[in-house]
Design a protein around this ligand. Structure first.
Ligand SMILES: Nc1ncnc2c1ncn2[C@@H]1O[C@H](COP(=O)(O)OP(=O)(O)OP(=O)(O)O)[C@@H](O)[C@H]1O
Ligand SMILES: [Mg+2]
Length: 314
């Protein structure tokens, strides 16, 4: 309990990444030469863009990769100014234990306005000796030309059925699951090549039973109740923390929600709860704080657990 499979089974080496053969070949060469240009990763959700960026960071920096890598979400609701000042603070100092530039991974760049992208372009130029950017987006057509022309562009495709099957089989063997061929096919069709979705649905099924057939998959996918969030908060408020935490994980997996989406639902729902206004304001502030930490890249489930703990009535 508590471990998200999407993290547990995140490839930690290029050799473990399924599909994207040509991309991996080219990136391996760049990493070997320790010569990373600015990169732009374009492609759908859950196919390995963040995963590959993290592998690059680990390969380039070794043990100091965490200190030398910044992971940010460009669509941060607090605005591009916050993103820029965070980048500035990070890029201002030299990397630790190496002469190479630091790495900045910026997710969801296509959510930025053109003006914000212009500002990002200037930031990239200002820090070009101390930092390299890996930008990630769903659609490269939404990225302004001056940024595209500064980056080497890699286009990620949805994963193919055989890749997805390998991912499913690897997990099934570790978790001791039996997944029928029809179930594998259903998983692939529902996911449209998104490995995150497949892993979340699979984990959700596995909390119920170890033998997974097509109907088990369909049942999980069909259930998606927003009222569940309210239920979780009520349970937490009553002080039944372990129960609330278990339900939180289940809901998150079944509905395929990200940590940030969960916080948004919680923030909305808490205003309907039975508690004083002061308490509501306090919890809203907590939500904002937790969301901030997630955007900064800290473990989503850990942060949600901390948020849940704040709901326990004192
Ligand atoms: N090519 C792949 N090979 C093996 N596992 C993968 C692959 N792509 C994704 N996964 C699994 O899915 C999880 C999510 O992938 P990742 O975070 O890299 O997606 P992403 O492309 O960055 O998506 P998003 O656009 O939503 O940020 C990974 O932790 C891993 O478990
Ligand atoms: Mg990502």
């Amino acid at each position: 309990m508590g471990d998200l499979w999407i993290e547990k089974y995140r490839p930690i080496d290029f050799s473990q990444v399924k599909g994207h053969k040509e991309i991996i070949r080219r990136l391996t060469a760049m990493v070997e030469q320790k010569n990373i240009p600015h990169l732009l990763f374009a492609g759908p959700a859950g196919v390995g863009k963040t995963t590959v960026a993290l592998i690059i960071a680990k390969k380039v920096f070794g043990e100091t990769w965490k200190q030398n890598t910044l992971e940010l979400n460009a669509s941060d609701e607090r605005g591009i100014d916050v993103v820029r000042s965070t980048i500035k603070d990070f890029a201002r100092t030299k990397a630790i234990g190496t002469t190479l530039p630091k790495l900045i991974y910026l997710d969801e760049c296509d959510a930025l306005t053109r003006e914000a992208q212009q500002a990002l372009r200037r930031t990239m130029e200002n820090y070009t000796t101390t930092a390299r950017f890996i930008l990630s987006c769903n659609y490269s057509s939404k990225i302004i030309d001056p940024i595209q022309s500064r980056c080497t562009v890699f286009r990620f495709r949805p994963l193919e059925e055989k890749d997805m099957q390998e991912i499913i089989e690897a997990i099934a063997s570790v978790e001791k699951l039996k997944v029928t061929d029809k179930a594998k096919r259903a998983l692939f069709n529902i996911s449209q090549g998104d490995a995150r979705k497949v892993e979340n649905i699979l984990q959700s099924c596995a909390t119920i039973k170890k033998e997974i057939d097509e109907s088990a998959i369909c049942e999980i996918v069909a259930k998606a109740h927003p009222e569940e969030i309210r239920e979780i908060l009520d349970i937490a408020q009553k002080g039944e923390y372990v129960k609330a935490r278990k339900k939180l994980l289940e809901t998150m997996l079944r509905q395929g929600l990200s940590g940030i989406e969960m916080v948004k639902y919680i923030q909305k729902e808490l205003w309907n709860m039975d508690m004083g206004d002061e308490e509501k304001v306090r919890l809203t502030e907590r939500c904002a704080e937790i969301e901030f930490r997630m955007v900064e890249g800290s473990d989503e489930f850990l942060q949600l657990e901390a948020l849940l703990a704040s709901f326990i009535k004192k």
